[in-house]
Write a protein that binds this ligand. Sequence first.
Ligand SMILES: Cc1cc2nc3c(=O)[nH]c(=O)nc-3n(C[C@H](O)[C@H](O)[C@H](O)COP(=O)(O)OP(=O)(O)OC[C@H]3O[C@@H](n4cnc5c(N)ncnc54)[C@H](O)[C@@H]3O)c2cc1C
Length: 494
Amino acid sequence: MRHVRPRAHRFEHQVVIVGGGPAGMMLAAELKLANVDVVVLERRATQDLESPRSRGLHARTIEVLDQRGIADRFLGEGTPMQVQAFAGIPLDISDFPTRHNYGLALLQSRFERIMATWLAELGVHIARGREVTGVTSYPQQVEVTLTDDSSHRAEYLVGCDGSRSMVRKKAGIEFAGWDPSVCWITAEVEMREQPEFGMRGGGGIGPAEDGRVGVTLAEPNTDARFQEPTLEDLRTALTRVDGTDYGAHSPRYISRFTDMTRQAVTYRSGRVLIAGDAAHVHAPLGGQGLNLAVQDAVNLGWKLAQVVNGTSPDTLLDSYEAERHPVATGVMRNTMAQRGLSATDARTVALRDMVADLLTLDDARKRTAGMISGLDISYSADGDHHPVVGRRVPDHQVKTAHGSKRVYDHLHDAKGLLLDLEAPSGFDPSPWSERVKHIVGTSPDPWELPIVGTVEAPSALLVRPDGHVAWAGTGTYDGLEEALSTWFGAATPP
Ligand SMILES: Cc1cc2nc3c(=O)[nH]c(=O)nc-3n(C[C@H](O)[C@H](O)[C@H](O)COP(=O)(O)OP(=O)(O)OC[C@H]3O[C@@H](n4cnc5c(N)ncnc54)[C@H](O)[C@@H]3O)c2cc1C
């Protein structure tokens, strides 16, 4: 009898996301908030990570989570602290004008679990144990095929599938940059003898969960990255640095990572987009990768939603690369600089000492910490407009006829926001009322912006769903109509 192969299932959605890590989950939530039919295809059968990876969140990421009303979930499980550092030189941001003038120590595994709970509440489907192997583009759709022979078609595909992104490769997007100059071995182990905790060996040794010890040490040979790391490799690294392996045993995990620094030359090829590590990788110095991934997703989500929902033209997606590519380029630059300063020869140590000295100067500290924390991000070149344009909106209390609320409270549903901070004028925003909420109220004046300093509060401002200011007026509504059309599509006829 001839064997008849069962017909493979084919599913249809508006958007398919490959990869359910930080970028994929955040993007799925953003799309779902805008009522987009989205599915996440994730290779891992469970939420377990091979290693803890990220150890925390920076201030801007906490703000972004606050904009969606979920920051408390993360703050409740992590430890707020001054985590910002440049080449190991601590940078205090407790004087920064934000409610979250700190970072949050929180393992990536916990971050992902909290996100997954939120996604389940929103009704996002994460299909686990699903590995995508093929991508085919059609004029109106894109199709992915999986190892189980099923396939999913969608209007758009977003590769959030990490640094080795299959989606990026299939889309033919070049990943340009630099090969590794160093390889680290990292592990959580039990030890028979107590080591001294602190920085050394190009990394450091410190406490981990449940009485274990966390070890991260540079290895002399970058080719080590091609081999599976073993306990013996870790013991060798410990002995090289401290003269003893402290009786290391029973590893919870051991892995390797490098300072490979690469960025996709474009974040889009037709109906395929990429975000997070799929779009950029760098050394984890300063702890910025997960933060970048989440913020890529928040920049892309509302734009993609407006395109698939038919309110904005597909060209709106060009602003995703225009805004996010330079941010990742800046992070690559700062991690390469940090890597340069982490060498242990006498000359580099002298250079690092001088940099540490310079970072005690207020302007230098603020500028560098603004970059690491993400609070310096501006999507608009300085120009003939209010300084808040392009930057994140400050989370001021806004008093209205109905009471008082924070600006970020108004952003929970990921809609745009027109804030009239003086008496309502003759401008009628109702043609955009489906996409933009109109709030009339008052807020304090002047405003303090991170890095920029004190500025006069605008009389009105248009805030995008990602919390960045698209337009600000000072006693005039000039340019508002154009900004509304650019970012939220054409006016809907009455
Ligand atoms: C040692 C180390 C320490 C780090 N420390 C920090 C830190 O302190 N702070 C920080 O911000 N960042 C840190 N990072 C970086 C951070 O871990 C990453 O930037 C972050 O995980 C990127 O998220 P992502 O969603 O883009 O990619 P990933 O987290 O890599 O997620 C990609 C997902 O796609 C899935 N996938 C891949 N291929 C397929 C496929 N073909 N089909 C289906 N699913 C697929 C994977 O299983 C994975 O779940 C660190 C990284 C390392 C290695």
